[in-house]
Ligand binder design. Structure first.
Ligand code: G
Ligand code: G
Ligand code: MN
Length: 514
């Protein structure tokens, strides 16, 4: 560029090399932008009168060209600067700020890229990891400890996963994308390493925190071929892993998808099912263990689905609960029950199951009482069964509901005893009328002395609180005899009768056998 400086305009114009250099001078970013180009031209013109107007025009064209080049350089520089700052911002949003692993958005980009570049015979696994009990950690120990636990968990996962890509979907949910070409057993080994390392308690603050994780695995391309479908499949497998007891990993299977779709189809039918009385009461007798007389009948809901046949409550009760329809069901069932009850012997109690969540409804007892009054029946014939989980956590509402049931004359049973966390003080405070011992404790009392000792200890203890015990799941005469000997007052189970529709219920029971 120096080549052009200090020369006369004519020299510049006549020497092609110098002419180009002059353009560069004018175009260079260091050249002052609002330079007086016409002033120069005028001076040049004054000193060199022999210059022809076409030469001046040529110089002006050169200046114009230089101006354009310079403008272009500036625009390019600006674009580059904008691009760089955008990249920096992207780097921020594609990383999770707490743990430093890739964010949800970054994960989708990475998966899209891997799927697009995948060779026909290549496969890779997407592993979805959900920390168990993490919500409790946050609730009990606070968010600072929660954050520390998350960072520690990430460090452990990263180590167990070697070179895998790790991303945080949010909360306590993570996704690892494993390297290509691993066999199914390699993947299972890696998943086991993650489960093992997360099962070891984590030190955070002054605390030792018990964790654990559940894992769902999906494989591209066999399970899905898009990022969102892969994550959906891994999530379905994860859901299954959690349902089958936490702390495990599951590979996605197409059948899982079918089951899930079935559930959403059922969910769609549910509202109609309650209003059309497709959900009906079945009844199972509860008998005196000594005499075999039927003392009570438990109402067990059954959905008689027009296409799918009988659907059991463990499928539809949680759905009804989610939909906020559980109490509509209870009312609908109770109306049907009241019609059947009038044909039964007067001393037979009727037992209704209520879910813990229903107990927080303030008008529940009044609503049920109204149905019973309308049917002109005595509330004393009815018993409410609630499970132990209603007694943990915030129990004020449960206590109020229980008091109301008691006030209107109903009795109360504690259901599935032994599977939850209720303490003795709660048994006394809540003033139950009886306790139903869960069938898991009953199953092998006749064959396993250990199980028998356990039941004996429980019945003895509960008798000090004046609580008679009803054993659930009594399936054979030997078990019945043993339970009676161990101090259980009543029994329920296939031995005395399976749950049946009202028309098939018999009250003869099994006569004394003991
Ligand atoms: O037979 P069984 O599969 O019926 O019952 C499964 C579970 O469903 C039991 O734990 C029982 O307490 C529950 N259950 C049955 N009927 C009802 C009902 O009407 N309301 C509620 N809340 N639970 C029910
Ligand atoms: O409300 P609760 O969870 O107690 O419901 C009783 C459950 O036990 C119902 O699912 C009922 O079908 C089931 N059941 C009743 N009798 C027996 C039995 O003798 N054996 C087994 N395995 N289950 C039973
Ligand atoms: Mn029950």
């Amino acid at each position: 560029m120096k080549y052009a400086l200090g020369r006369t305009a004519r020299a510049i114009y006549e020497d092609p090399l110098c002419f180009c250099a002059a353009i560069l001078v004018f175009a260079s970013p260091t050249f002052i932008f609002d330079f007086d180009y016409f002033g120069i031209l005028a001076k040049i013109d004054a000193r060199h009168e022999e210059w022809m107007i076409d030469q001046l025009a040529g110089l002006a064209a050169a200046l114009g060209l230089a101006f354009l080049i310079r403008q272009n350089i500036r625009l390019r520089q600006e674009a580059r600067r904008r691009n760089e700052s955008e990249k920096a911002a992207n780097l921020l949003t594609r990383r999770d700020s707490l743990t430093g692993v890739i964010s949800r958005r970054g994960l989708f980009e990475r998966l899209d890229e891997m799927l697009a570049r995948r060779a026909p015979d290549e496969s890779f696994a997407v592993v979805m990891i959900d920390l168990d009990q993490f919500k409790t950690v946050n609730d009990v120990h606070g968010h600072a400890i929660g954050d520390e636990v998350l960072r520690a968990a990430v460090a452990r996962m990263a180590q167990a996963l070697g070179g895998a890509v790790l991303a945080r979907l949010g909360g306590d949910e993570f996704v690892a994308v494993l390297p290509k070409h691993l066999t199914r057993s390699d993947i299972a080994d890696m998943v086991d390493r993650v489960l093992t390392t997360l099962a070891t308690p984590i030190h955070a603050g002054e605390q030792e925190i018990e964790m654990g994780a559940s894992i769902g695995i999906a494989i591209a391309p066999q399970d899905a071929t898009t990022a969102s479908a892969l994550l959906q499949a891994a999530d379905t497998a994860l859901f299954r892993a959690k349902a089958g007891g936490r702390g495990t990993g599951r590979f996605f299977e197409p059948a899982m998808d079918v089951a899930l779709r079935e559930q959403s189809a059922l969910r769609a039918d549910l509202r109609r099912a309650v209003t059309r009385k497709q959900i009906v009461p079945y009844y199972q007798p509860i008998a005196d263990l000594q005499t075999g007389e039927v003392r009570a009948v438990e109402v067990l809901a059954r959905w008689l689905h027009p296409q799918r046949g009988m659907v059991t409550p463990d499928v539809f009760i949680p759905m009804l609960q989610e939909a906020g329809l559980l109490t509509s069901l209870t009312v609908s069932l109770l109306k049907q029950v009241c019609r059947d009850v009038r044909h039964w012997p007067g001393q037979v109690r009727v037992s209704l199951n209520l879910s813990p969540d229903q107990l927080v409804e303030p008008v529940l007892a009044a609503t049920l009482l109204e149905v019973i009054h309308t049917a002109q029946l005595d509330p004393c014939r009815f018993e409410i069964e609630i499970t132990e989980s209603a007694l943990v956590g915030d129990t004020a509402a449960a206590r109020a509901a229980i008091d109301q049931f008691r006030t209107i004359g109903m009795s109360l049973a504690l259901d599935d005893f032994g599977t939850g966390h209720s303490g003795l003080s709660q048994l006394r405070d809540f003033r139950f009328d009886r306790v139903k011992l869960d069938k898991s404790f009953v199953r092998d009392v006749a064959t396993n002395p250990q199980a028998a000792h356990f039941v004996a200890a429980i019945t003895r203890l509960l008798s000090t609180l004046d609580l008679p015990v009803t054993a659930e799941g009594v399936e054979d005469p030997e078990t019945r005899r043993t339970l009676h000997r161990l101090g259980c007052a009543a029994g329920q189970g296939y031995l005395f009768g399976r749950p049946v529709p009202g028309a098939e219920l018999r009250f003869e029971g099994l006569r004394a056998e003991v």
